[in-house]
Ligand binder design. Structure first.
Ligand code: HPA
Ligand code: ZN
Length: 335
């Protein structure tokens, strides 16, 4: 198949997305509209200037703009609009199931509580489920640059919304904030019946992936591309089949890899790790899920069987029910 044919095939296939920060899907036009609605000053005159600012050196330079951007989200309808805009992209990209991360502390720290953002998220998710059968779950992430105590307070503040949350996650600045800093709160989350995921091995070393597995007992690793530096870890991940939620455009934008041609997702897949493709923060990194597949198709020696495996992996790696999983795996097997 030609690259064009591979792209058409991927675009029309049903897919799953497992690593998507809802705050990272805030498009410049919605950011500007919300700033105007709430009479907030932004340091950008127009959408072009916002886009030009998205030129990052590393993870931290992105996070500074990402947390700033989220400050325009203030009332229930803002969070509804944010979620609704992303779910419309899922419909366009044939993303039939999505596990969406959100960062409560980014909002609670500026006085916007669970009773504001959760009803907004839920209203959009219910509408998408009703209108076109969109399947979605929520993952609540703790900011690792803050204390474990703050994460525990966040878990406690979520008590009345636990039925709406499938898992906890760990994001923000990785270096200097190893997973084991959050051992206690992840243990509490497990006791509450929540699944666990954590960003590890994006900028941080392979040791952080071991720590996420051993101290936090995670079901999936977000990013995990630096696992390649540790042969023992690679052997473990091949055997255990812990999924990696890899984000190609994010990794090149944040200079984890200099160029897409150097990205190791195909290498990980060919070695037998359970790699998946995801968008991370699509508004900041230049593309939604299909764009991430297209970038990989453009720059790496991808064949159709790779794409089939990546898509199948994300269904298998998801937290959807077994019944739901079997139904979709049957469907994509004949696709
Ligand atoms: N890494 C860490 N924190 C994040 C990311 C990421 O890729 N995206 C949003 N928060
Ligand atoms: Zn991420």
């Amino acid at each position: 198949m030609t690259k064009t044919e591979l792209k058409l095939w991927v675009a029309s296939s049903p897919k799953v997305e497992l690593h998507l920060h809802i705050e990272g899907s805030l498009e410049p036009d919605l950011m500007m509209a919300l700033a105007e609605k709430h009479h907030l000053e932004l340091p950008y005159a127009n959408i072009e200037e916002v886009k030009n600012a998205y030129d990052f050196e590393n993870l931290q330079s992105f996070l500074d703009l990402y947390y700033f951007g989220a400050s325009v989200l203030k009332d229930e309808d803002d969070f509804y609009q944010l979620m609704w805009a992303y779910l419309l992209k899922c419909k366009d990209d044939n993303v039939v199931h999505v596990e969406i991360m959100f960062d409560p502390q980014t909002h609670t720290e500026r006085g916007v509580g669970f009773d504001v953002f959760m009803p907004g998220f839920k209203r959009a998710m219910q509408q998408a489920e009703q209108e076109w059968g969109q399947s979605c779950l929520l993952i609540m992430c703790f900011l690792r640059h803050l204390t474990e105590q703050s994460a525990i307070e966040t878990l406690n503040a979520a008590t009345t919304y636990l039925d709406d949350i499938v898992a906890v996650g760990l994001d923000s600045g990785e270096l200097g904030n190893p997973p084991e800093k959050f051992t206690e709160v992840f243990k509490m989350a497990k006791e509450l019946g929540l699944k666990r995921v954590a960003h590890a091995g994006e900028e941080g070393p392979a040791d952080y992936i071991w720590s996420a597995l051993n101290a936090l007992d995670v079901q999936r690793i977000d990013h995990g591309v630096r696992s390649i530096e540790d042969p023992e870890l690679i052997a473990f991940l091949i055997q255990s089949q812990h999924p990696l939620t890899v984000c190609p455009l994010s990794n090149t934008k944040l200079k984890v890899f200099k160029h897409m041609q150097q990205h190791n997702v195909l290498q990980l897949l060919d070695l037998g790790l359970m790699a998946t493709i995801n968008a991370d923060d699509p508004s900041y990194f230049g593309g939604y899920l299909n764009d991430n597949f297209f970038a990989v198709i453009d720059h790496l020696p991808v064949e159709k069987h790779h794409l089939q495996k990546l898509i199948e992996n994300s269904f298998n790696a998801s937290f959807m029910t077994t019944e739901h999983k079997i139904k979709w795996l049957d469907k994509i097997a004949t696709y």
